[in-house]
Design a protein around this ligand. Structure first.
Ligand SMILES: [Fe+2]
Length: 250
């Protein structure tokens, strides 16, 4: 109980008054493999839908080397967000893993937010190819999406936090980048039409961006006003991560 309370106060301090993120949670190695397998199954199924002949070639090459064959597909179209959302069954399997259980030890019961209105708790994954600027978006705060009319407002007495989890990554070469302490300030941005709806475009430069050094399984919990973005992948393999928004007790 003492430990739970000390993690709770450290987490609260880091998110609200500190750097804006906390990196003390993780998925166990076995769970990382399970989630990776769920993603690979979905990845193959979606490729099959778009091109019934090519999928075997991709399956043989493997998801981490997907970029070597991605020119054969319309990457941007095929990997729109709706194709990267886990099924209800897979999301339930992930929910039962140690990461959510440990988060619930600290926060009490959490709600995984159904941001895209899929009808169940929504968790999605990302596939970022090496050296592809078009695979990453600009720095933003998740709260800006809400301000632009997307997403879901937290119910009374709850607040939104984001969880990002590294699954396949090369520490120091790819992953999540953040602007530490940026959750304490308001930043300028405007809305631009991108990928079918109005998304935020930051109007600030010279920000102190920091790439977080993450190993497979490492989870980053962060404030919904923290500036962050996927980093350009300077590794040799595709970076794979998953993320979800939580409503937690204040
Ligand atoms: Fe985000």
């Amino acid at each position: 109980m003492v430990e739970v309370n000390s993690i709770k106060s450290m987490l609260h301090y880091e998110l609200e008054c500190g750097r804006g993120y906390y990196s003390g949670f993780k998925l166990e190695p076995k769970e990382v493999d399970l989630v990776k397998n769920l993603i690979i199954q979905q990845w193959i199924a979606i490729i099959k839908q778009y091109d019934p002949l090519l999928w075997q070639q991709f399956a043989k090459r493997g998801i981490e080397k997907y970029h070597e064959l991605s020119h054969l597909l319309n990457h941007e179209l095929i990997w729109k967000k709706s194709n990267r959302i886990f099924s209800n069954k897979d999301a339930e399997a992930i929910r039962s893993m140690s990461l959510i259980k440990n988060l619930e030890k600290i926060y009490g019961p959490v709600i995984i937010v159904d941001e895209e209105n899929v009808g169940y708790e929504e968790i999605d994954w990302r596939l970022v190819r090496p050296n592809q600027l078009s695979d990453i978006g600009p720095l933003h705060a998740d709260d800006w999406f809400l301000q632009l009319g997307h997403g879901v407002l937290p119910p009374p007495h709850r607040k939104a936090i984001k969880v990002w989890v590294a699954l396949c990554c090369e520490p120091g070469l790819n992953g999540l980048q953040v602007v530490p302490h940026s959750q304490k300030k308001e930043w300028r941005y405007h809305g631009v039409y991108r990928h079918g709806f109005v998304k935020p475009q930051i109007d600030e430069d010279e920000l102190q961006v920091q790439l977080l050094h993450t190993f497979p399984g490492d989870a980053i919990v962060f404030h919904d006003k923290l500036l962050h973005a996927g980093a350009l992948n300077k590794g040799k393999n595709c970076r794979i991560s998953m993320e979800f928004m939580l409503f937690v007790n204040k």
